[in-house]
Ligand binder design. Structure first.
Ligand SMILES: [Zn+2]
Ligand SMILES: [Zn+2]
Length: 82
């Protein structure tokens, strides 16, 4: 299953900032109150995809980090989250 790691997200409900949060196949939620986490204001969202397989060419990637954009396959250019 696809897992994402969200970096620098914060919870607007209880004002908790989460440095690193791993989520498997779902929306990231606050470890404090269970509310939805949002990307921290003032900076681009950073996502690290772990153990993804490209749907275009089948390449496997142990870890792909993306800042402020979408993760694309370096081999064929397909969006890795599709
Ligand atoms: Zn919270
Ligand atoms: Zn590819």
């Amino acid at each position: 299953m696809e897992s994402n790691v969200f970096i620098g997200h914060h919870c607007p409900r209880c004002n908790t900032t989460v440095g690193t949060y791993a989520s498997v196949g779902s929306v990231p939620t606050c470890p404090g109150c269970g509310g939805p986490l949002q990307a921290a204001p003032g900076g681009p969202q950073t996502q690290v995809l772990v153990n993804v397989v490209c749907g275009g060419c089948g390449s496997r990637f142990g870890m792909v980090s993306v800042v402020g954009g979408e993760a694309k396959c370096p081999s064929c250019g397909k969006n890795l989250k599709e």
